[in-house]
Ligand binder design. Structure first.
Ligand code: SF4
Length: 427
């Protein structure tokens, strides 16, 4: 049989309509909040909170400290430095903070030692399961009553935990439930790590379903996405300490940096800092619009750092680390899902070279009656096709967890959660 040459049809590039989209017949929905008011600054722009309000700090935990600091703290308590290694093994390998499990530590003073080095940080308030038990959302109460969430998801060959890095968020995105109440406070590295350790403990106890017979992957969290509550790069130092603990093979969780995704709405100076860290985590930019006109309204931090600056920083991250960057793009009906926007995005990415980026469009939840609703399936497919045809690897992302409001940008404590938390004692 003679091989036929592949005929490749290219989509004619759509020209971005100049001026008001209404004139062109293209429906354009503008972002606006529904049922709540965005806090504004003195110039009338959506308020951005970068600094954490001053609140009582959580107790210092082993995971907040470097290896040297752990040894120094033990020495201050009159204990030999090797006790740090023992505590690390209990916590990072056996996922326990219970002194009763630590029979290799001298009985005298054991309780005090464990209470001082591994203080309780998260109290479980509620747990919701979906996808036949292979997706679990946890609601945690912090020492000061603040509520945060994490979502645990089993996929074939990997287990992903979506972690929170702040209680609340100061980035004020109009579509996001988490941002509505502003930033409560930054989470400590210990509080971030504890979400993983608690998830690992649950998995080890057989509490996460869905493992297939031929799946021989390890039964512990293998992938982390910082897509829970908060903007991780606004809590830079603590998030980086947590990442160091995650990847530390000798004194931490020993995870692969590649399995850790740090995402941001585009805090450009922090992206540059992250590139210099020499920890090759996966970097994701939540772009959601390729044009400043829309992105200024959709992602208020765009008023500080524009689309092109964020994309330049993302490309520089690739240059420095060799790690392909992910662009996250929530597809919202008639707001940002237009074919011309797919073309503009492709153009902007290709202008910065080839092979450095991957686009993940994520259909929003279908929400009848809301302007924040999913694009039609043919529109989603067309968006993806145009990017792929332009040479940008693009895959629609799984929105696992959406049934329990655990999809990214939707993590927020409901009134029901608050009520449950009110009757849950801390510790
Ligand atoms: S979408 Fe992300 S950055 Fe924006 S307010 Fe929500 S949690 Fe913060």
């Amino acid at each position: 049989m003679t091989e036929q040459p592949t005929v490749r049809t290219t989509t004619p590039r759509q020209v971005r309509p100049a001026g008001a989209p209404a004139d062109t017949g293209i429906r354009q929905v503008r972002p606006k909040t529904e049922g709540w008011q965005q806090a504004k600054d003195e110039t009338g722009r959506p308020l951005l909170q970068f600094a954490s309000p001053k609140r009582g700090k959580p107790p210092v935990h082993l995971a907040d400290l470097t290896q040297d600091e752990r040894v120094a703290k033990l020495k201050e308590l009159g204990l030999p430095g090797f006790r740090a290694k023992q505590l690390e093994k209990h916590y990072f390998t056996h996922y326990t903070s219970d002194a009763a499990d630590m029979t290799d530590l001298p009985a005298s003073g054991r309780e005090e030692l464990v209470a001082g080095m591994l203080p309780p940080l998260l109290t479980e308030v509620r747990r919701l399961e979906t996808d036949r038990g292979d997706t679990i959302k946890f609601l945690w109460k912090l020492h000061d009553g603040a509520l945060v969430e994490s979502v645990l998801m089993r996929y074939p060959g990997r287990i992903t935990l979506c972690v929170s890095s702040q209680a609340g968020c100061g980035m004020n995105c109009p579509f996001c439930a988490t941002g509505q109440a502003g930033l409560t406070r930054n989470m400590s590295a210990g509080e971030i790590i504890e979400q993983i350790v608690r998830a690992n403990a649950l998995i080890a106890a057989g509490g996460l379903g869905g493992k297939k017979r031929d799946d021989h992957s390890l039964d512990r969290v293998s992938n982390i996405v910082f897509m829970g509550m908060g903007e991780p790069l606004a809590n830079y130092a603590r998030v980086m300490q947590a990442v160091r603990v995650m990847v530390d093979k000798d004194h931490g969780l020993g995870m692969s940096a590649r399995g850790i995704t740090v995402s941001t709405v585009g805090l450009v100076p922090a992206i540059k800092k992250l590139a210099d860290e020499d920890i090759p985590v996966t970097f994701a930019l939540s772009l959601h619009a390729p044009d400043d006109h829309l992105r200024d309204e959709l992602i208020p931090v765009n008023s500080r750092w524009k689309v092109d600056e964020a994309l330049d920083a993302a490309r520089a991250y690739f240059d420095k680390t060799g790690r392909r960057v992910s662009i996250e793009y929530a597809l919202i009906k008639d707001m940002n899902d237009h074919a011309w926007r797919a073309d503009l995005l492709a153009e902007k990415l290709n202008a910065r070279g080839r092979g450095w980026v991957h686009v993940n469009p994520i259909p929003l939840n279908p929400t009848p009656g809301s302007i924040w609703t999913a694009s039609e399936v043919p529109v989603q497919n067309e968006f993806v096709r145009r990017l792929n045809d332009a040479g940008i690897p693009t895959t629609l992302r799984d929105t696992r967890g959406k049934e329990i409001d655990g999809a990214c940008g939707q993590l927020v404590a409901t009134e029901e959660d608050e009520a449950a938390a009110a009757v849950t004692p801390v510790g």
